[in-house]
Design a protein around this ligand. Structure first.
Ligand code: MGP
Ligand code: SAH
Length: 233
């Protein structure tokens, strides 16, 4: 097989057949302890969560930033199996955890119990946009909202530049719903998202680059007086 006719382009590892046939669990198994250090206690994840959970050390960092006072009540708007909610609950008084998929809510509840924080979390199953619009959280004095929306699966990275409206659930609508509950909003977003669409929301915004194992894996945008630490000049 010739290289004479020119250099043949090597197939990317993830496009080769055996890799493509792996389930998300098989594909991301090597990540299990970086997602949940207590994985061996029986942490539960479904397919989507294997590639969506925030790595534990990063979720701890998010919690450090968002729990701006000890008595904070924080809302996790798209909580999945609980990667962020668990770390938020370790840092603040109460977490309101919202997830549209009932199976994930039960996994989050079980995972939070393994970390000893289930009693600090109120679990809501439903669409965050509808719940917020219908006053489901009016009973809480919310100090901040953390939003980690679905990015459209692992193929999000193939896009050269994404905007908030490219998300599976429109990020602009999520931001508006979050803002209706608190001025302090954080959004965990793809690293190939255009910063223009964050600034276009018309607010002062801090955009933080998130590294894991020395690789940039995402960005987090922070709005509001208690979430913003520093905006570069
Ligand atoms: P990635 O870019 O899919 O993986 O996700 P990686 O390791 O950069 O690239 P790969 O080629 O080695 O696969 C990096 C991190 O982004 C994940 O650990 C998740 O924390 C987060 N993430 C990825 N996706 C697809 C989503 C998503 O849809 N929603 C949310 N909230 N987070 C995601
Ligand atoms: N931060 C989480 C992962 C979130 S992935 C963790 O670390 O575990 C994004 C989640 O948003 C998915 O679980 C998806 O089911 C949920 N979701 C999608 N649309 C939603 C909506 N309208 N309201 C609430 N949750 C939603």
């Amino acid at each position: 097989m010739g290289r004479r006719g020119g250099r043949q382009k090597r197939q990317k590892v993830e496009d080769q057949q055996p890799y493509a046939l792996l389930t998300p669990r098989e594909r991301y198994w090597g990540r299990r302890y970086s997602l949940f250090s207590l994985f061996d206690l029986g942490v539960e994840l479904d397919d989507e969560s294997w590639y969506s959970v925030t790595p534990e050390t990063l979720a701890m960092h998010h919690a450090d930033r968002c729990a701006w006072r000890e008595e904070s009540i924080l809302l996790d708007a798209c909580s999945g199996v609980g990667g962020n909610s668990i770390q938020l609950a370790r840092k603040c008084r109460r977490v309101i955890s919202v997830e549209i998929d009932a199976a994930k809510v039960e996994m989050a509840r079980a995972n939070a119990a393994l970390y000893g924080v289930a009693h600090k979390i109120d679990f809501f199953c439903g669409d965050f946009l509808s719940l917020a619009a219908n006053g489901a959280f009016d009973q809480f004095a919310i100090d901040g909202v953390f939003v980690s929306p679905p990015w459209g699966g692992p193929s999000y990275i193939r896009a050269t530049s994404l905007t908030l409206s490219d998300m599976s659930v429109d990020g602009n609508l999520l931001w508006l719903a979050a803002q209706s509950l608190s001025a302090n909003v954080a959004m965990f977003l793809p690293r190939n998202l255009s910063s223009d669409c964050l600034k276009a929301l018309g607010e002062r915004v801090e955009i933080e680059t998130n590294y894991h194992n020395n690789r940039c894996i995402a960005i987090t945008a922070y709005w509001g007086p208690n979430f913003i630490k520093q905006i570069p000049p």
